[in-house]
Design a protein around this ligand. Structure first.
Ligand SMILES: Cc1cc2nc3c(=O)[nH]c(=O)nc-3n(C[C@H](O)[C@H](O)[C@H](O)COP(=O)(O)OP(=O)(O)OC[C@H]3O[C@@H](n4cnc5c(N)ncnc54)[C@H](O)[C@@H]3O)c2cc1C
Length: 468
């Protein structure tokens, strides 16, 4: 797709067939809607379309297909892979006006919502009925259901509930040619051949535009205990995890970790206090639902005796629990606010984490000697967020060139340990060049064939994930 000006006939059709406020070309809005959280690519869309109905999405896409106009589907633009970036004159298709929440079905435990609904708004809507959609992470106040599904988002509760994919029953999708597909409705079971809904989950807006979804809900969990433990290093984080996993006294809802460097940046940016008097190499945030309080107590006591932790604290009430969570959830934002992080979001088989982490240090020493590395993530799912911070002495361009050169060394290690170069953020533009580290040539060929079938003119989010 080129960045040529939008065809006059296309613009004419939009003027004649859509509400007056359907399209905006205001420079400030173009700049805002053309970027996501990566802040790496300069935004340069031609226009932003703001439909209110599926019919408007369908007619817009039919016109884009007819005139060969590139379209970038856009949710809350909290993505971290550049998937929602429009930097080549594309039309941004924002779902923000399509944010209606249907009634909660208390028998089926489902809710049908429009794709532009904000994740946290869905949580609030369902909580009134003691139910929740267990897709949860720090950006939930801005991310949308459509974006969550298009990225098959992960988050802090995956260890207990799995990925977004598990919590989507039905999808309404508009294809690149403007056809509206209703996929699976509210069915729990539907064995009528291939499940087409799954094609669109995790497709990052390259195969269709999600306009509505029927979400599967679960009960709001019982009382959650939140603990923060101090441990010396990543090996100790994993030793503690092995031990926690074997306990029957509680169900783990989150097992997150971060290093002292992450904590220092959160403290600096958010002006938060560490609950511990002396610093430690790493911290573990454990959230768990107790099945036997006495046994949990005994387990906690044993952690110190067995040398599994060097310090620890348990939140006394909701306010303290939020304070402990803020130390973990404030990391992404604090790294960006206090410096320039180069982000990688990798995953390993949980059982392979120990061996991988033992070798990771030597990659850092070889490629980034003396640089600040901020490691954190959903380690209970095998997911590490590796953030290399720009040294003050380096220019941004030099830094980006250096990290681009260094990334393959880590991806080789990821491949060697049968991991993935993108655990949950997606591929978008940012990781596109490295997809081959996690997907075979045969897989890539099949993905390209699917793209050609569903989007023959290549108008949907062109250049994202992979080229035709
Ligand atoms: C502070 C912070 C913390 C985060 N933590 C996590 C985390 O723990 N786990 C995690 O997985 N992610 C995390 N993210 C990343 C991000 O929030 C998720 O990827 C989220 O699901 C994106 O939703 P969005 O609505 O913002 O999508 P956008 O950024 O707008 O879009 C993401 C992709 O989906 C496509 N898309 C958007 N809407 C649609 C639609 N209706 N139909 C088709 N395609 C569409 C876009 O084209 C793009 O490719 C975090 C981000 C931030 C800023």
């Amino acid at each position: 797709m080129s960045s040529a000006p939008l065809p006059a006939a296309f613009l004419q059709a939009l003027t004649e067939g859509f509400p007056v406020d359907f399209l905006t070309r205001e420079p400030e809005e173009l700049s805002e809607y053309g970027r996501d959280w990566t802040r790496v690519y300069a935004p340069a869309p031609s226009a932003v379309a703001l439909p209110r109905t599926t019919d408007e999405v369908s007619r817009l896409l039919a016109l884009c297909h007819q005139y060969g106009v590139a379209v970038v589907p856009s949710g809350g633009r909290t993505g971290l892979a550049g998937g929602a970036v429009a930097s080549k004159g594309e039309v941004v298709l924002s779902l923000q006006r399509m944010a209606q929440l249907g009634p909660v079905d208390l028998l089926g435990n489902t809710v049908r919502v429009q794709a532009g609904a904000v994740t946290e708004a869905v949580h609030r809507h369902c909580a009134e009925h003691g139910l929740t959609w267990p897709v949860d992470f720090a950006s939930k106040g801005s991310s949308t259901v459509g974006g969550n599904i298009a990225t098959n988002a992960g988050g802090v509760k995956v260890i207990r509930y799995g990925l977004t994919r598990n919590w989507v029953l039905g999808l309404q999708v508009v294809t690149a040619e403007g056809r509206v597909l209703e996929l699976n409705g509210a069915l729990e079971k539907n064995n009528t051949g291939l499940d087409l809904r799954q094609l669109f989950i995790g497709s990052e807006g390259t195969l269709g535009v999600i306009t509505e979804a029927t979400l599967k809900l679960t009960q709001v969990p019982g009382k959650q205990d939140v603990f923060l433990f101090a441990v010396p290093d990543v090996a100790a984080v994993l030793r503690l995890f092995r031990d926690a996993r074997q306990q029957t006294a509680f169900i783990i809802s989150a097992y997150e970790f971060f290093t002292d460097r992450c904590l220092a940046r959160v403290q600096r940016h958010r002006k938060l206090r560490s609950p511990f008097e002396s610093p430690s190499g790493c911290y573990v945030l454990l959230e768990a639902e107790a099945k036997d309080a006495g046994q949990v107590e005994a387990w906690l006591g044993s952690l110190f005796e067995r040398g599994l932790v060097t310090d620890g604290t348990q939140a006394q009430g909701a306010a303290q629990a939020s304070e402990l969570w803020a130390l973990r959830e404030g990391i992404s934002e604090s790294l960006s606010a206090t410096g320039l992080p180069h982000k990688n979001d990798i995953s390993l088989p949980v059982a392979g984490l120990e061996a991988f982490c033992a070798e990771l240090e030597s990659v850092f020493e070889a490629r980034y000697p003396g640089w600040e590395i901020c490691l954190f993530g959903h380690i209970g799912d095998g997911n590490l967020h590796v953030n290399v911070m720009k040294p003050d002495a380096l220019e941004k361009a030099e830094f980006l060139a250096h990290t681009k050169q260094a990334d393959p060394t880590m991806f080789e290690l990821v491949r060697k340990h049968a991991g993935s170069i993108s655990a949950e953020h997606g591929i978008g533009l940012l990781k596109k060049d490295y997809l081959g580290y996690s997907r075979t040539e045969e897989e890539l060929a099949l993905l390209r064939a699917l793209k050609r079938t569903l989007d023959p003119r290549g108008v949907l989010n062109p250049g994202k994930i992979l080229d035709p």
